[in-house]
Structure formats: C-alpha cells, structure tokens
Design a binder for this molecule. Structure first.
Ligand SMILES: [Zn+2]
Length: 636
C-alpha cells in the first residue's frame, strides 16, 4: 500500500496526483461546529445511517448477499443493482466512523462486510444478482450495472480503509478489480466492453491511488475511452446511445446529454483520469461540457435533469419547473465532478457551484429529520410530491448520507504554501503545507444566514489564505486583516489571496452583503419568462401554500415589492424567511372559464388584490402540510 493517508480519511485523494493544483484535507483535519451543517450531520450519523441499515435488512438487500454465499435460500430480492445500496451505505458509514467512535455503527459495518466478503466468488467476481440461476448470465448485458455495483464496492472499500485502516473490504475490492482488469480491455484475449452506468471509472482511479497498482488507472482510462464506440449497442429500454453518453467519444463531446447521474459520474471519472495522466484532451472536453451545462442546462437550484424520460438532460434551455426531474443523485454527482474540477484548476466557479448545489439541490433531497427523501426535486408542485422513507430504486438515500458524512472534506484544500477556503461554516481546520508548516484556522460565522466570516489564524508562519468570494456576492464584498483593508483584489467568483507572515490571533474578516436578490432567467426558458426567483446569499427561496392561504400561488405578482428578512428560529429548524407585500391577480380576471381569449386593449390593467408572501429556503420545502410550492414568481 502506497497510501500515505492510511488511517486518514481523504474523500478524493489527489495528494500525489501530478496534474492537480489543490490537495485535499483528511476529514479529521476539519471540524464543523456550526448550526447549519453540523446538526444535519449529527442526524445523518445517529438517525439516517441506522435507519438506512434497517431498510437494507428489511428489503432483503443484505439477504441477497447471504443468499449468494449459501447461508439462506429463497429468491433474489429487489432490483438487479441493489448491491450498490449496501456499498454506498458502507461508504457513508465509513466516513462517519472516521470522525466519531460509534460502536453501534461499527457493529453494523462489520456485519455488512462479513456478508460482502462471504458472497465473493472464488474468481473474485461479486454481484448477488448473478448467482445460482443467473450465474451463467454474468457480463452478458452491460446495462445490468455489474460494473456500476463494482465501482460502489471499490469506493466503499477505499473509504473504509482510509477511515479505519482495515484492509478487509479493500481485499474484496482488489480481488474483484483484478477480475475485471483480467477480463476487459483492449489487449488480446480481453473483452471490449463498457458499463451502461458509469461509476467504475472514478472508483478504479481511487483504487489506484490507495494501492499504487497502476493497472487500475489503466483500466479506468480504458473505460473512459472505450465509451462512445458503440460497444453498448442499444442501451437499456431502447434508449438512444446518448442515454449512457455512448453516442460519441468523450473527447468529441460538447453537450451534456442523457441520464444525468451517469453523465456526472462519467465526467468525475474522466477528471480523475486527467488528474493522474494530464491527458489534456480530456480536460478540454470536460471544460466544454461544463460550459454547456452551466449556461444552458442547469436549474436555478443547481439541479440537473429536465426529463423523466431517461432521467435525462433536455435540450438547451429546456428546464420545466413542475416536471423537473433533478434527481438528488445528479446534484450529488455535480458536487463530485465540480470538486474534481476545483482540484484540477483552483477556479472559484467550481466551488461556487458546489456551494450552490449543496444548499439548493442536494439538501432538498432529505427531510429535516433525516428519515425521508426526494428522488425528484421539482421547482413547482401542487402539493402531491412528498419525501419518502425509502425507494425500490434507493440510489438517492445512501448517496445523501455519504455526502453529508464526508462534507468537511469539501471545505478546504491546500497547495504548496496556501490554504484554500471554499465553504463557510463555524469550525476549525489544520492544514499541512509544504516545508512543515501547519496552518491552523478557525472560522467564526453564521453563514449561510449572515455574510460575515471571520477567519482567525491560530498558528505562525508565512503562507497565503485563499478565501472564496462567492460569485453570488456581486456587490460590496470586502476583506480586512486585523481591521485593515487588504490590498488584494476582492472580486466575486474568485479567491482573494492574502499572503503574509501570520501570528496567532490574526483575523481575516470577510463581509459578504446579503440583500434579497431577484434572479431572472434567460428568456429562452419559456416557462420562466416574466418571472423571478428570490435568493439571499447562497440560498434559493420558494413560496408555499401554507404561508399564503387563500391565494393561488400562480396569481402572485412581486411587482416592486422589496422583501424584508426575518429570523424564525422555530420554523423549519431555524431559518431566515423573506416577507413582502405583493399583489395577486384576481382569480378569474375576466377569463370566465375560458382557456383562450382575444388580447385585450393596452392599458387595461389586470385586476389585482393586495397579498402577502413569506418565502422560505427551498431546501426546506414540503416539510409541513402538503400544499402548492413555487420557486419562480410572476414579477408583474
Ligand atoms: Zn438517486
């Protein structure tokens, strides 16, 4: 094992990757003590993970492993890729164990690992769906997620090793990875294939990083480049090859298409390959795809995927609100891809999107009590879409759990002589820099409710602190050190660099004004024309029927209203709400039950009445009694 981080839980270990700018921090180097993320992470550890384990048992997901090892009889239970839920849960639990001793959780992890170990075939193969009656069907249909499940096993094993130092799960992963490397590739005697659902690419790169075994990196490269050459044929459900990003080689792609989760995992894997190889064509392709996604195909929430059909991206500007698909996993995949891009390029735009996506596209996917989940995250609803305790296809719940469990790993990075601060929350970090310098920082802030961030340096030495000035803060951001303005450039969407010889107690104060912002959408998104969304700081807001009784939310008109903020400590776990006096079009407005009518003369005003709105952060919607919700409101 080459892993210098053994026993140190690094989420994506680019510490020795030759083509990255930023190195990650292990989870134990960062502690959060804030009122926003840390309570959610505590719920994740104490409630979410145990309850998800119960679902793994109750729904037969663990029994599938026991059946495969011959411990019990009966039929395979559930969908063919259900093994991946066990692996993703194991990964989440491993990150949680990296931070906190929890004997109960440890017992669940150990029990699950025994079942996984025992189910492995002598040749290294491991997939509980393809055992006994289906053993002969292995590696026959590449849309049955065998490599996808393998990838999640590898990620869980890497996390478990880094978190605990135990090689038990890693040994299982290595045996399976060797089997896959022996079986598939472009060499003589190997089979050419790619999986319908990307995932194994980034997992193999991490397996290479943890083991030093180069064949896993070569295999990841092969899978990245083999896609787009028709190996999959007609994918699952007769979708177009673009469903699996298999329509053309990645190096030629310039539009994000197909199944959004697959796309995000694919680009993450390609970014990981670039980090190790420096193959610049991959980076150029990823840059084109990122540009297309962020300027044409992302929701104002950061959510991805416009179509239920194929869980897919739509065309440019195709972003329906009520029928938004925006799978929680796609948002998580976006965080994963952007994290890798950030490590490669050190550009604040990636961290901006990570922050935006975390608050507004990942977090809506889980209830405030950590026990219910959204699969789809629409931006308008009639009150019928509610979070569910589990799904037959349960990809999202353990995906949320693994991201929350590993979240501190996304707050900071290090370069040779600089600490990079990407995200803001009360807490501490210890950052190992070159030359033996240990930079200790403490953040004091009430972010995301307040834009004041004090970063106290608690150690000595010369290094730079790179603070992200969020792109949303278009005006008025300022940075001072010990009360004096810095002469560095403070511009939104960049990192402000503060380099000096630090003494303990030196404090950087960043002020990010948080006025309520009216956001409009490019006019080519027809549904949002003449509408605005409300944002404050990094948070997207929405209105819910329960706060606006007696008025159809579709009739609301913001006009010139200037929303005021109010702190509501007892609402939805404690939020800042936006209140405004607005107008509401008269419900009938002369339509007399018609769907169409001749346009009326100019100057004839729509009859309207006074109304009040109270907008809440979008992440907390659907947490009270069912009712309509809207993000985009008519502006006039
Ligand atoms: Zn999902």
């Amino acid at each position: 094992m080459l892993d210098t981080m053994q026993g140190r839980a690094v989420v994506v270990d680019t510490a020795r990757s030759p083509h990255v700018l930023l190195r990650p921090l292990p989870l134990d180097a960062v502690s959060l003590a804030d009122d926003f993320w840390e309570p959610r992470r505590r719920i994740n550890r104490r409630d979410t993970l145990p309850s998800q384990y119960r679902y793994l048992e109750e729904t037969g997901r663990l029994d599938n492993f026991r059946r495969a090892s011959g411990k019990i009889g009966g039929e395979y239970q559930g969908i063919y890729f259900n093994d991946s839920d066990v692996y993703k849960w194991l990964e989440a639990a491993a990150w949680a164990l990296a931070e906190e001793v929890d004997t109960g959780l440890q017992r669940m992890v150990d029990a699950a690992i025994i079942e996984v170990e025992d189910a492995q075939r002598p040749d290294g193969y491991l997939n509980t769906y393809f055992t006994f009656e289906r053993a002969a069907e292995r590696w026959a249909d590449f849309d049955l997620h065998e490599m996808y499940c393998a990838g999640h096993l590898f990620q869980a094993a890497v996390a478990h090793f880094r978190a605990t130092g135990s090689k038990r799960l890693l040994d299982v992963a290595v045996r399976f990875a060797d089997h896959i490397c022996d079986t598939f590739g472009g060499e003589e005697g190997q089979r050419q294939a790619v999986d319908g659902h990307e995932e194994i690419e980034m997992a193999l790169v991490e397996l290479f990083r943890v083991s030093g075994e180069r064949r896993y990196l070569v295999q990841a490269q092969y899978f990245v480049d083999a896609r787009g050459h028709g190996l999959l044929g007609r994918p699952y459900g007769e979708h177009d090859p673009s469903y699996s990003q298999d329509h053309e080689p990645l190096r030629e792609q310039s539009e994000v298409v197909g199944h959004a989760v697959r796309a995000m995992y694919f680009y993450s894997g390609a970014a990981d390959v670039y980090a190790e190889t420096g193959d610049s064509e991959l980076l150029w392709a990823l840059g084109r795809l990122w540009e297309n996604m962020t300027t044409r195909r992302v929701y104002v929430s950061g959510g991805l995927g416009s179509r239920y059909e194929g869980e897919a991206f739509g065309k440019n500007f195709e972003l329906p609100n009520e029928r938004a698909y925006t799978e929680t996993c796609a948002a998580i995949g976006s965080v994963m891809w952007n994290w890798r891009m950030l490590a490669l390029e050190g550009e604040a735009r990636y961290a901006d999107l990570i922050e935006h996506t975390l608050y507004n596209a990942v977090l809506p996917g889980v209830s405030l009590d950590g026990q219910r989940y959204f699969y789809q995250n629409p931006l308008a609803d009639d009150g019928s879409h509610r979070r569910q305790p589990w799904f037959g296809c349960a990809c999202c719940p353990p995906n949320v759990a693994r991201l929350l469990a590993s979240l501190p790993g996304y707050f900071y990075s290090a370069s040779e002589d600089a600490v990079w601060v990407h995200l803001y929350a009360e807490g501490r970090a210890t950052v190992e820099l070159g030359g033996g310098t240990n930079a200790r920082l403490r953040q004091h802030t009430r972010y995301p409710w307040d834009g004041r961030v004090d970063v106290e340096v608690q150690s000595e030495g010369e290094f730079a602190v790179m603070l992200r000035v969020p792109g949303w803060c278009e005006e008025g951001a300022s940075v001072e050190v010990n009360g004096e303005a810095v002469d560095a450039r403070v511009s939104p969407g960049t990192y402000v660099e503060i380099r000096r010889i630090w003494s303990p107690g030196d404090t950087i104060s960043m002020d990010l004004p948080m006025p309520v912002r009216r956001v409009e959408c490019h006019p080519y998104v027809a549904e949002n024309e003449g509408r605005v969304a409300l944002m404050r700081g990094p948070l997207l807001y929405c209105v819910e029927q329960t706060d606006t009784p007696g008025v159809d939310l579709r009739d609301l008109m913001l006009e010139s209203a200037e929303p005021k903020t109010r702190v509501e400590p007892d609402l939805l776990g404690g939020v800042v709400v936006l209140e405004a006096e607005v107008r509401a079009a008269a419900p009938d407005d002369g339509w007399r039950n018609r769907l169409y009518r001749n346009v009326r003369s100019r100057g004839e005003k729509t009859p309207a009445a006074d109304a009040k709105i109270k907008a809440i952060p979008y992440f907390a919607w659907a947490s009270r009694e069912p009712g309509a919700m809207r993000v985009w409101l008519k502006s006039g």
